[in-house]
Structure formats: C-alpha cells, structure tokens
Design a protein around this ligand. Structure first.
Ligand code: GAP
Length: 495
C-alpha cells in the first residue's frame, strides 16, 4: 500500500526516529533532531557507507575535517561568488522563493536554469506569489553560505563560513594526501560531516534542510588515463534508467540501459565517471533501495555547479513527491586544485614518471538525510490488514533483536534478562516487558527490529526460545545456547 508523507513523518516522531529541532519553541525550519531509534539507523547507514567506500577498498583514504576553514578557501573555490540560487521576491508581501522550485511545483518543465530563462517561464505561465498572489520580481542571486564571526571583534574582517560541502577540505589537504597515497594515481579521499546551507525554502520533511550531513569522495585520476578504470567490470552490467541532457531537452523519457552501454554510447565524461555512478547504484541497491526506484539524470548545462564539467544526479522515486536527487556525481576536472594553486601559491600536483600531473576529480557526494529518507521510505511496508513494518536490512536496523518475556512476570522476566545479557554482547538488542506481546511485536516492527526473541512456557522447560521474523511473522524455535550462532547465520544469509 502506498505511503503518505504524513504517515512517515508521524511514525518518525512517534517512534523516536526524527523530529523537528527546538519544537517547544515552535521548531526552527530546516533543522532536525534524531531520536534513539533514528540515531542508530543513521549511524549504521554512515558506517556502511564508510565500510563500502573506504575500508573495503585500498585506494580511498579517510579525512575528518574541521567545519570552519580559512575564509580564503571559499573565495578560491568560487563559493563566495557563485554558490547561489536564483530567487524571486513578491512585490506585494516581500515573500522570497526559489525561482526553479516555484516553477517545478506548478509542473512547469525547466530546460534552461539561467535567470533569463526562469524569468521568461514565470512570465509565460503567469506564476504569482504562492502566499498572496502578488507579482514576482526578476530572479536575483542569493548566496547559500552561512556566516559566522571568529574572534572577539564582529565585523567584516572576522567573517568565516560554515562549510556548505566537505570537498574543499580534501582539495586543500591534497598535498599531504599525495604523500599518504605514496605519489600514485588514482586515489580518493573520503570525508563526512555536517554542512550548512541557508536554503530559502527548507521543505519536504528532511529533504531540504539547512543543516545536514554530507558524505563525499574526491577521487583523483590521471586525465591521460581517464578511460582506464580497472574496476569497470564490477558495475558495467548494472541496468538503470538514464536521462541524458539531450533526451530531457527533446522532452523524451529516460532510457533503461546498462552502465557499460551508456559509457560506450558516450553518455559519461569518462570511464571513471561512469564507474562511480555504477558504484553508487551498487551501494544503494545493497542498502535496500531497489534499482527500479532509482534513475540517473544528467544536469543541463545551465544547472551545472560552477566547478562541474558534467554531473549526474541519482534520483529516488518518493511515492509522495516524485523523483528527487539523493546523490550527485560530478566531474570537477582540475577546477578546484588549479584555483587553490592560484590562490595559495602551493604546488598541487602528483609527480608521475617525470610528469607533474594535476589530476582530475570525480566526486560522488551523498546527502545522509536524503539517503536516510529514501531508505525509510523504501522500507516502510503496510500490509492490507494495516500492519506497518520497516523492512530494513539488519545492517541498518536500529536493533537486531528485541527480547520479550511472553508474560510480564516472574520467572519469565528473569529468564528474558539472561537472554538479553547474552545477546547484548554480540548485537544491538533491547528488552521489552511492557504491554501485551502483540503490542511489543507491533512496536518493534514499526522501527524495523530484525528478530523478536520470545521467552515462553516451553523455555522454562527446555531452554529454547522462539525467533520471530519481522517481515513474515514466521517463528522458529532454537536452543538458547545456539541463539547467537543462529542469528549470526540469519544476518549473513540476509538478502
Ligand atoms: N560537494 C558537492 C556537493 O555538495 P550537492 O549536489 O550540492 O553537491 C550533495 O550536494 C548532496 O547533498 C545532494 O545530492 C543531496 O543528497 C544533499 N543535499 C544538498 N542540499 C541539501 C539540503 N538542503 N538538505 C539535505 N540534503 C541536501
């Protein structure tokens, strides 16, 4: 059954997943807090990302950078000048809106994101202020960077920026990482952490926040070997809907094709770019997002960020708000390294057999909130009899097991405590003794607990317990002494 945004938002609050920040003061638009369940799922998601893209590879090195950097970084990177959205102002009530969003919300297709084209569409379709119906101004630039002051004096000289991406830390530390990577190419740097953007209209629950977490890789390649990716066979058979800029401009639908065929057709700027799109799809599919619900959309020229030669968004189909970007994979070329060389006067290249190579950079960049949002949307399952459960992979589940005494009295409770103590050493698990067993199962299902372990009358006789499977509600009986091994095997075999 289809899920509504209201149902999901309500579940998230009721079950301690995510809720608006500072709610007793009316909240604060674009800022959210994760509750006891959400914080576990979020940590699992990020840990899985780190494991997949850093620990399981030998070509990507980690970095955990500071949020606030020397402000000159953001001048050199072009963000102070060009990290902008086009906004329009209502001439009557002075409400401010993102021009592209106003158009998209009215179902108006945009094939050119320049201010002139946005203005033309607004006039052609007579788009008015959504709040008072007033006439809208011409689009003007709005910089998304949040500012703060460093030191005791608050003036122009002490302005610093809350980072809007982690990428710049990887560029400014490049020289160090060339030595950590022992002067070879390709290599990548991975970083994650909070970023801040002064979004005009935060909306769509956690889709557009003002504070969110990003997880990014800057993957540096030799431009002379941009089509020489030894791992391409890992991803070339992945089939997905791809929407190139040409097909978008012609008004055609995305075409289903393999990453290999799309690369051979010249869709991607190079083979490494195609590889990182494929690798991202592989990861999304591992964390439980069906490829059927994903598509790859190329940015139009007028939509590209100032640093990008070509960008593909991976979009997820949210049943309640349509296709939305959850990841961007850009070819940033040598744009950033060259700009930092110019501004810092440092030499940012890799010495390679007599050549001084300024690498090109492919950047897969995930928003943790949006990926989290897609994961729980995908996992949300409502059966025809009204049962709700989150079909989460055990690696993402907030708890692997819930332990329940069938009756909330002795000797069931003491036995349940023993089992809980045994499992806690190996898995995330909790003990729930309150309410009927049916209610305890229902609560666990709603937050995606993988297995329910029940201590019943037979347990007291033969030291066995039942394992209940969240998705099917089937049960098996195992000896307590075999419980840890059985759960480990069930997780190992999970599909
Ligand atoms: N370093 C490249 C970069 O920052 P981006 O497309 O601006 O690229 C990367 O952001 C990802 O961050 C997006 O794909 C999206 O998942 C997430 N993101 C961007 N703005 C966001 C916002 N306001 N709220 C939540 N997530 C956001």
């Amino acid at each position: 059954m289809t899920i509504t945004l209201e149902e999901l938002v309500s579940l998230c609050k009721r079950r301690g997943i995510i809720f608006p920040s500072s709610e007793i003061y009316g909240g604060f638009a674009g800022f959210f807090d994760y509750g006891p369940v959400g914080v576990e799922i979020r940590k699992n998601l990020l840990d899985w990302w780190w494991d997949f893209f850093v620990r399981q590879r030998d070509d990507v090195l980690g970095l955990y950078p500071a949020i606030i950097m020397n402000p000159r970084v953001w001048i050199a990177s072009g963000h102070v000048e060009r990290f902008i959205d086009w906004i329009v102002e209502c001439k009557n009530c002075h409400g401010l809106y993102r021009a592209d969003e106003l158009l998209e919300e009215k179902g108006i297709k945009i094939t050119d994101y320049s201010p002139e084209a946005l203005s033309k569409l607004i006039k052609e379709h007579n788009v008015r202020c959504p709040s008072c119906g007033g006439e809208l101004s011409e689009p003007r630039k709005f910089n998304l960077m949040m500012e703060t002051y460093i030191g005791p004096i608050k003036d122009e000289t002490s302005i610093a920026y809350l980072r809007p991406e982690t990428a710049q830390a990887m560029f400014v530390n490049f020289k160090l990482y060339v030595t950590y990577a022992r002067n070879r190419l390709p290599f990548g740097i991975a970083a994650f952490g909070k970023v801040f953007r002064n979004e005009i209209s935060p909306r769509g629950f956690i889709f557009r926040c003002r504070e969110f977490e990003i997880a990014e890789i800057e993957y540096f390649i030799d431009p002379e070997r941009a089509n020489d990716c030894p791992y391409f066979h890992e991803v070339d058979k992945i089939i997905v809907k791809i929407w190139t800029k040409e097909t978008q401009k012609k008004g055609e639908e995305p075409k289903e094709m393999s990453i290999g065929d799309a690369y051979n057709d010249g869709v991607f700027s190079n083979m490494w770019h195609a590889y990182w799109v494929g690798k991202s799809l592989e990861w999304f599919s591992q964390i439980g997002i069906s490829l059927e619900h994903l598509r790859v959309r190329e940015h139009l020229e007028t939509e590209l960020a100032h640093y990008a030669l070509q960008t593909f968004d991976i979009e997820y189909y949210f049943p309640f708000m349509g296709w939305k970007e959850i990841e961007g994979i850009a070819n940033r070329t040598d744009y950033d390294l060259k700009h930092h060389m110019k501004f810092s006067k440092e030499k940012l290249y890799v010495p390679l057999s007599g050549r001084k190579v300024i690498p090109h950079c492919i950047e897969p960049s995930w928003g943790v909130e949006r990926t989290f949002f897609a994961v729980i949307t995908e996992a949300y399952t409502k059966t025809s009899d009204g049962r709700v459960f989150l079909k989460l992979h055990p690696k993402l589940a907030p708890y692997i097991a819930g332990v329940y005494p069938l009756l909330s009295r002795e000797p069931f409770i003491t036995k349940a405590r023993e089992v809980h103590k045994l499992l806690k050493k190996k898995f995330t698990c909790y003990l729930d003794v309150s309410g009927s067993i049916g209610r305890r199962y229902a609560r666990a299902d709603e937050i995606g607990v993988s297995f329910g372990i029940t201590i019943d009358h037979q347990t007291l006789e033969d030291d066995t317990v039942t394992i209940r499977f969240r998705d099917t509600r089937e049960q098996i009986r195992v000896k307590i002494s075999d419980l840890v091994k059985t759960i480990e095997e069930l997780i190992e075999k999970w599909e």
